[in-house]
Design a protein around this ligand. Structure first.
Ligand code: AVI
Length: 321
């Protein structure tokens, strides 16, 4: 068997190290405290997120996999042969496999990830499973400027962005993101994107606050990570995870709520927090199908198809630039 990594082409755009310290100081000094959700995903956070995806209450992962499995043949027919598949974030080889298995002679697979380790692991696994595919791993922050590997196989360029990760951006940021990607992918390119749908709070709130407390641990890990990496002295036991669905805007807001008046320190910085005060750590925006299609149209895409599950929990859109 050929050495899989030897076949993978690797494009390293050397994304700069994210500055957790600066982000934490800025967010904890603001009148409404917050810490950006991208800091949830250190090694422990990523393992906890994998466990979230298996929880009975967290329907998005299994529902999206169900939709991809049920409709991969239609997706493949819309794409045709010799495609270049560009995946944003590559922690999901299970999902890309559903698409690759259905496609007619896919030419190349371009996983893009900020984490070199995850990227090379995923690229290697795919190369091993699909020896005829040209795998071109790109280490980059996919929100930053960089050039995509050329698409010279004669088929379409198809961007695959599953998981409703777009939902962790505010709608204006989602619009900016889609606009940037429409331009980068180029005329005629396709995008297959997973988008979680609006629904009853009775389904959404447990999805973000499960009975086993895995999501709470995922959230609280952000404070434990700050203690480990930055030397803050958060008393993690005196914060509580809270998830609230705001049906008027379609937003699940996630906060860590202080259970006491307390002060957190980082070097010479002091961050007093009152009992009941929240540190906002994440939003997960939910869309109506037509609302998302309107956003995509504003960004320069035409909505071609949309697939959902029977219960209308989740949607997978096919867009064209
Ligand atoms: C990664 N992202 C799409 C997840 C979501 O559903 O918004 C993150 C998450 N946070 C708590 N549970 C899951």
């Amino acid at each position: 068997r050929p050495d899989a990594l030897g076949l993978v082409r690797f494009h390293d755009h050397e994304p700069p190290q994210d500055d957790f310290r600066a982000a934490l100081i800025a967010g904890m000094s603001a009148p409404a405290k917050s810490i950006p959700c991208r800091f949830l995903y250190d090694a422990s956070g990523s393992l906890l997120f994998d466990r979230i995806c298996e929880l009975p209450e967290y329907y998005p992962t299994r529902t999206e996999i169900g939709i991809l499995g049920a409709h991969a043949a239609e997706m493949a027919a819309a794409i045709g042969p010799n495609a270049q598949i560009v995946e944003l974030g590559s922690g999901s080889s299970a999902k890309i496999g559903l698409l690759l298995d259905a496609l007619d002679a896919p030419r190349s697979y371009v996983p893009i990830d900020i984490s070199r380790e995850h990227l090379l692991g995923a690229a290697q696994a795919i190369q091993q499973r699909y020896p005829a595919l040209q795998v071109e791993a790109v280490c980059a922050d996919f929100a930053q400027e960089f050039d995509l590997p050329a698409n010279d196989g004669g088929g379409p360029r198809v961007c695959f962005y599953p998981g409703s990760t777009i939902g962790n951006l505010t709608p204006p940021d989602a619009l900016a993101f889609l606009t940037q990607w429409a331009q980068r992918l180029g005329q005629g390119a396709l995008m297959i994107i997973g988008v979680d749908l609006r629904k009853d709070a009775a389904i959404l709130e447990p999805a973000y606050d499960d009975a086993q407390g895995v999501t709470a641990r995922f959230s609280l890990n952000m404070l434990a990570r700050a203690n480990r990496e930055l030397g803050t002295d958060f008393d993690v036991s005196r914060f509580r995870h809270r998830a609230v669905y705001h049906a008027d805007t379609g937003r699940v807001g996630i906060d860590l709520v202080s259970q006491a008046d307390q002060t957190v320190h980082l070097d010479h910085h002091r961050f007093p927090i009152a009992e009941g005060e929240a540190i906002h750590i994440e939003d997960s925006w939910k869309y109506h199908i037509d609302g998302f299609q309107a956003l995509a149209a504003e960004a320069g895409f035409t909505a071609r198809r949309v697939w959902t599950d029977d219960a209308q929990l989740f949607s997978v859109h096919l867009l064209e630039v």
